[in-house]
Design a protein around this ligand. Structure first.
Ligand code: ARG
Length: 566
């Protein structure tokens, strides 16, 4: 495909010797409004170099530039040069590229030979798998797909919270009030109930806390009875988690939880000692970070037990040695910012040059209808409830609106779960979001179902046309404003993917495909597609095909299915 932006930078560089083509390329903007051209070049930066006012520079350049055939005209406006593409060439090139590349359109080989570790989801056994974990799962999964689409090799790791004092509590609760069958049937819910029950009971009977602590110590000392229970709780939980992930269409390459590092921490503590980084403080061992304006990073407690950070440091070293990652990404909510900043610093102090490749990807907290989500007591929306609820809601709507639909159940699943994922990826990840049933499942406005519906609409047009789309079409048919606006969105799709990867921000893709869907619906309302005139029909079908492909790929990169009918 001719890259219009690159072409333009060539043209500019023939006329502006002071900057190289790369720099010029970086300056080209995409105006938000078609009246300001298809591409714009701001001359403000040149003012210093040329010692001239930007509008003067723009005017002179506009007069002197000799346009290549890809461009129809150029106008100067204030300090800007506005370029207008040759619409026929533009339409032809872009749609042809999508038709020929199909589901590769927008992909790249940028990351060839580079490994990216992505640490996401990571719920805690015997604690709730709540909508915050859902957010990590969904963001991590989307990043996985985006990086992979750009040629990187991704390694998805579920750093399960499968070690810690909660196990002592759950063991006490299980011994007192537990039931084997119930755990086997619904492990996540039952273990959580036991955990909550423990806290309720311990309020009146604080001695339960001591009992719990001693069970955890037994686990840490390798006690068989304690470890057998821990092992069983974890494996039942993972079994059920896998079902939830299957519903979400999410996979992990490794389930190496925190306990995986139990036998690997001594070596790291020794390394820290050898590098003279450890200090004693009230019996505990820590790395002092005063110099970096951070509280110390605790490595070992008084009783010798290790901490969350100790396991993260150990896991990072293990991952570097095992996968030689180019980057290692950690997706958690921003309340863990300090935790990551601290132990990233420790890795740096250990003089691992790859400390710079550890990247924390924080996201905003999720509240439930305005209330904070708590771990120990109620007000917890369990992930499964959300997903099942979503699918039920969509089933109702289908039953009401489209009872004849084939494959109803499958489609209700794809749309219901798609709605939840899309909702999570709609805003900048750092923003706090309030999870509410209303907004998550709204079928109007900027939602997953809206984009999926647009995709299904395009699919239906193509089905009804009953002809194969190919790149032999008359692009002159597609040069009107409304078709052009849609083609422009398709042209900008690959750039949106790249931007999403650079910023680790899937919402850039979410927003882009909303724009594509809106531009398509305008096109669909304004133009008849299956018309008598073969040339018109063929060209418009080609554009419908390209749109469908972009929506499909966009949804795929978010981790959402695109049903053909709905
Ligand atoms: N289990 C942790 C939690 O629920 C998240 C773990 C994130 N990953 C990591 N390597 N620290 O908050």
């Amino acid at each position: 495909m001719i890259d219009f932006k690159v072409k333009l930078s060539q043209l500019l560089s023939e006329n502006i010797q002071e900057l190289n083509q790369e720099e010029l390329l970086g300056m080209i903007e995409l105006p938000p409004n078609p009246e300001m051209g298809d591409f714009a070049f701001p001359c403000f930066k040149l003012a210093k170099l040329f010692r001239k006012a930007p509008n003067m520079i723009a005017q002179e350049l506009a007069e002197k530039l000799l346009l290549s055939e890809e461009f129809a005209s150029v106008k100067n406006e204030g300090g800007y040069l506005n370029f207008y593409v040759d619409r026929g060439t533009y339409a032809k090139e872009i749609i042809k590229a999508v038709i020929n590349q199909k589901d590769k359109y927008g992909s790249q080989e940028l990351g060839l030979g580079k490994n990216i570790c992505i640490d996401y989801s990571a719920p805690n056994v015997a604690k709730p798998f709540h909508v915050g974990h859902l957010r990590s799962t969904v963001i991590g999964n989307s990043l996985y797909r985006i990086y992979e689409f750009l040629g990187y090799n991704c390694i998805g790791i579920n750093h399960l919270g499968d070690w810690g004092t909660q196990f002592g509590k759950v063991i006490v609760a299980y011994n007192n009030w537990g039931n084997k069958e119930e755990i086997e049937k619904e492990p996540i819910k039952t273990l959580l109930d036991l955990y909550v029950k423990f806290h309720d009971e311990a309020e009146a009977k604080p001695e339960l806390e001591d009992e719990a602590r001693s069970w955890f110590t037994r686990m840490e000392n390798g006690d068989e009875e304690a470890l057998a229970l821990w092992q069983w709780f974890s494996s039942e939980t993972i079994k059920e988690l896998k079902k939830v992930y299957a519903q979400l269409d999410v996979e992990f390459d490794y389930y190496s939880g925190e306990s995986f590092y139990n036998d690997k921490m001594d070596a790291i503590i020794q390394e820290l000692k050898d590098k003279a980084l450890l200090q004693e403080s009230q019996g505990a061992t820590l790395v002092d970070l005063t110099e970096f304006n951070m509280p110390p990073c605790l490595v070992q407690k008084k009783d010798g037990s290790t901490l969350y950070a100790t396991r993260d440091i150990t896991a990072a070293v293990y991952r570097k040695n095992t996968f030689d990652f180019h980057k290692c990404l950690y997706v958690t909510d921003y309340s863990q910012n300090l935790h990551f900043a601290q132990w990233f610093k420790v890795i740096e102090l250990m003089q691992h040059e790859w400390a710079k490749d550890l990247i924390h990807i924080p996201f905003g907290r999720v509240s439930h209808e305005g209330r904070r989500i708590q771990t120990r007591k109620g007000n917890v929306v369990l992930l499964e409830e959300v997903l099942t609820g979503a699918v039920e809601r969509v089933s109702e709507i289908i039953k009401e609106k489209n009872p004849e639909l084939e494959n109803k159940e499958e489609i209700a699943k794809e749309v219901g779960i798609g709605a939840v994922i899309f909702n999570d990826l709609s805003n900048n990840r750092i923003k706090d979001i309030s999870f509410s049933w209303e907004t998550a499942f709204s079928f109007e406005g900027e939602t997953g179902p809206y984009v999926q519906y647009t995709h299904a609409r395009a699919s239906s047009v193509l089905r009804r046309a009953g002809v194969e789309v190919d790149d032999n079409f008359d692009a002159a048919v597609l040069t009107d404003d409304i078709s052009m606006a849609l083609i422009k969105e398709i042209y900008q799709f690959p750039e949106a993917i790249l931007d999403a990867q650079r910023k680790n921000e899937p919402s850039i893709i979410t927003r882009h495909i909303i724009d594509v869907a809106q531009a398509f619906n305008r096109f669909y309302h304004d133009h008849s597609i299956l018309v008598e005139d073969e040339a018109v029909k063929k060209a418009r079908l080609a554009l419908v095909y390209a749109t469908k492909q972009v929506l499909f790929t966009g949804l795929y990169l978010l981790g959402i299915k695109a049903p053909e009918r709905m």
